[in-house]
Structures are given as structure tokens and as C-alpha cells.
Write a protein of this length. Structure first.
Length: 433
């Protein structure tokens, strides 16, 4: 293969690319803009960033000591942004999507929950109105409300006025019971009598020297420690977003290159090249190399912007990062050749290619992380090259994995590139069918 025609073809493609202002803007600016947006939405790193609170509404129809304590506890919770509208206002707010969850505390909730706490009463119903699109927020609110309800009910039952009333009501019922054995009845009466005496002799809460009553609380605290391969490396969501969006636009750009090759074939340009001393292999190699250079430039410029503006860092291996970047560029470039080889016409290729790229990007975790996929789908995405590209770039940036974390993704991406190139070479046609 002569290097002079090959170099001339590469130079021609690069000059055409950089002379087209629209192509340059789309290839460089658009992935940076979209990655910046996704990074701002999904980034959770940062020492001083406050987590978004879930907007909930609590409608207290009971007004008891327990319901007021539940409302007070939820109001001080760092995970919730609590409003107290009427029931109709709460329902309307959830319908319009302004509120994720509305909690309705029914009338009689305090008395019923106190009876149910000791197991001799029907459990009251706490209604949760929720936006069907926010099931994650619903699960979180359910857990948080469980904590506050248990604390409020137990606090009242173990020292409040309602607890005294429950004991006074329960003692006569036990004494009058005919279904309980005499020994069992005597033990219960003695125990509840002691509890009743404790209530009577205990100083009122809030008086000097009396500790404030507390209910059942969590018996442990949680120490959250994020783990990456390096020490003191915080997660940077912009690193993942720029990896995903850059790969997406590499594939689109190289698919457009393949479609341009089909247009050149329609215009008879390939037939003229065939009459010149240019082989099929030289043409495909020239397109592959020029596409690789363009793709690598887009990827490196995108990450350079992320490093300057969003403090993205290569926490792993710099050599591994460059290796994966080159492998990604080669894979995208040969994908463009595959489009040119398999496409019957530019119009047909454009529609099929758009669907193929979007499917690869979705399954590869470029838009949303793959951990939210079902288990079977997570395994299935291992056959998608975008998955290896995004995971490899993540490993070299915020995960802080060394060169060993780049080796397998590089080999897999080069393998995909080899398959794409082999299929393209075998199906390549100089002229229209």
C-alpha cells in the first residue's frame, strides 16, 4: 500500500472537516454543552453541595399530641421539605407534580396508634398520595415517616398523657377478662399497676431536673464512606457525563462520515478513485485513520474542557486514559466504515444508524448509569462497545484505577474495531447496486 495516496486522503478528510464550521460546532460544542447539562443534573459530588430535599405535604386531620410530634419530627428532617396544606390542596399539588408525596394523618390516628402500639387495637391507616413517576421518593418518604411515627408514638406511650389513659382503660378490661388464666391476669395487672404508679409519681416533663421524654429512636448511627480505587477521591458526575456524551457524538459523527461515503458513491467519486492507483484497502484505511484522528480530537477537547471548567481529573493512569481514548476513536471510526459498507442508500443508512447509535448509547450507560438496569440487562450490555468505553473512561477518571483497569476495555474496543473493519472490507462496494 502506497503511503502517498493514503496521506493525501487523510489530509483531504481533515481539511474538509475543519473547513465546515457547522461540522466543527456540532462535533465539539454540542457534546460539551449536553455533557455539562447532564453533569449538573446527576453530579452528586462536592463537599459543600446540599442534597435536594423531597417536597412533601403533611395533612394533620387529627391534631393529637402524636400527630403533632410526627409533623414536628418530619419538619426538622434534612431529607424533607414539608408543607402543611389542606387535603384538597395536597391532592392538587400531587396531581400537578409539584409535590412528590402527600401524607394524610386521619382523625383518631393518635388514639388508634397508641392502642395498636400495645397490640390490642386496630392499626390506623396513614395515607400516602404520590406522583406515580416518583416511586423512589415514595420509598424514601415511607421509610422516613416510619421513623418519625415510631418515635412519636413510643414517646407518648412511655410517658405521655395518652399513655396514662391507655393504661387506665386497659386495666379494667384485663381485670374483667374471662378468657385469661388467673396467673396471667394477675401478672398483667401487677405490671400495668406498676406502670400506672410510675405515671402518677413521675414529675411532669419539663420541670427542673427532669430529663425530656424521648421515644424509641434508631439504635445506631451511620458512617458513610465513599470508596474508590484511590484515597480521598470524590465522585465527579461530570466525568461520567462527558465520557457518555463524547462517545455518543463520536458515533454520530463517524456515522455521518459513513453516510457521506455513500453520497460519494452515488456521485461516482469512488468509480473515479478506482481508475486511479488507489486500492479498496487504501480507501478504507484512509477513511479509518482520518476518522480516528477527528474522533480522538473531539474526545480530548471535550475532556480538556471538563478538566478546566468542572475540575475533572485523571485519577487513574494517564497512559491508560490515552489508550482508551484512542481505542474509542478507532472503534467509532470503523463503525462509520461499517455504515458505509452495509448501507444501501444514504437515506436508509441514516435512519437505521440513528436507531443503532441511540440503542448503543442507552444500553451502554452513557445516558443513565447501568446499575439501575435489571440484572439480566446489565449482563446483556457487555456486548455493547459503548459500555466498555464509558466504564473504561470512568475507571481512568473518578474511579482512580490504574493501567490494569484500562487494559481489558482497550482490548475489547480494539476487538470491536477489528470486527467492524473486517465486515466493512468484506461488504465494501465501489459502485451502486
Amino acid at each position: 500500500m502506497s503511503l502517498i495516496p493514503l496521506a493525501a486522503m487523510i489530509r483531504k478528510d481533515l481539511l474538509l472537516f475543519f473547513s465546515d464550521r457547522r461540522s466543527v460546532i456540532v462535533s465539539f460544542v454540542v457534546p460539551i454543552a449536553i455533557a455539562s447539562f447532564f453533569g449538573a443534573v446527576f453530579a452528586s459530588g462536592g463537599q459543600n453541595r446540599q442534597p435536594a430535599r423531597i417536597a412533601i405535604a403533611i395533612v394533620d386531620q387529627d391534631g393529637s399530641a402524636i400527630s403533632k410530634a410526627v409533623l414536628a419530627g418530619a419538619g426538622t428532617d434534612k431529607n424533607l421539605n414539608v408543607a402543611t396544606p389542606t387535603e384538597e390542596e395536597a391532592r392538587e399539588s400531587v396531581r400537578k407534580g409539584k409535590t412528590a408525596v402527600a401524607v394524610i394523618i386521619p382523625k383518631g390516628f393518635g388514639d388508634a396508634s397508641g392502642q395498636a402500639f400495645f397490640g390490642n387495637g386496630e392499626k390506623p391507616v396513614l395515607t400516602l398520595l404520590h406522583d406515580p413517576s416518583k416511586t423512589i421518593e415514595l420509598a424514601m418518604v415511607r421509610g422516613v415517616m416510619t421513623q418519625h411515627v415510631m418515635e412519636a408514638v413510643s414517646k407518648e406511650m412511655f410517658g405521655g398523657e395518652q399513655g396514662k389513659q391507655v393504661i387506665e382503660k386497659t386495666l379494667p378490661q384485663i381485670q374483667a377478662s374471662t378468657s385469661m388464666s388467673a396467673d396471667r391476669k394477675r401478672e398483667l395487672v401487677e405490671m400495668l399497676g406498676s406502670v400506672q404508679k410510675y405515671y402518677r409519681d413521675r414529675p411532669a416533663s419539663g420541670t427542673e431536673g427532669t430529663p425530656e421524654r424521648r421515644g424509641i429512636t434508631m439504635p445506631y448511627t451511620v458512617n458513610e464512606e465513599a470508596m474508590t480505587a484511590g484515597s480521598n477521591i470524590a465522585y465527579n458526575g461530570y466525568a461520567h457525563s462527558f465520557a457518555g456524551m463524547a462517545i455518543q457524538f463520536l458515533l454520530f459523527a463517524m456515522a455521518n462520515m459513513g453516510i457521506d461515503m455513500l453520497l460519494e458513491r452515488q456521485r461516482g467519486l469512488w468509480a473515479r478513485l478506482r481508475s486511479a492507483p488507489v486500492s479498496k484497502f487504501t480507501l478504507l484505511a484512509g477513511k479509518a485513520l482520518s476518522g480516528t484522528i477527528i474522533s480522538l480530537s473531539v474526545l480530548l477537547v471535550s475532556f480538556a474542557f471538563a478538566m478546566i471548567v468542572f475540575d475533572v481529573r485523571i485519577q487513574g493512569s494517564a497512559i491508560g486514559f490515552l489508550g482508551i481514548s484512542l481505542a474509542c476513536a478507532l472503534m467509532a471510526s470503523t463503525f462509520g466504515l461499517l455504515v458505509a459498507a452495509l448501507g444501501n442508500s444514504p437515506a436508509t443508512a441514516r435512519g437505521v444508524t440513528t436507531l443503532a447509535v441511540l440503542m448503543m448509547v442507552m444500553l451502554g450507560g452513557a445516558w443513565v448509569p447501568t446499575f439501575i438496569f435489571p440484572a439480566w440487562l446489565q449482563q446483556f450490555t457487555m456486548i455493547v462497545p459503548v459500555r466498555w468505553a464509558v466504564d473504561g473512561l470512568d475507571a481512568m477518571t473518578w474511579r482512580g484505577i490504574g493501567f490494569s483497569g484500562a487494559l481489558v476495555p482497550m482490548l475489547v474496543l480494539v476487538g470491536f474495531a477489528a470486527v467492524f473493519a473486517a465486515v466493512a472490507a468484506s461488504r465494501f462496494r465501489w459502485e451502486e447496486a
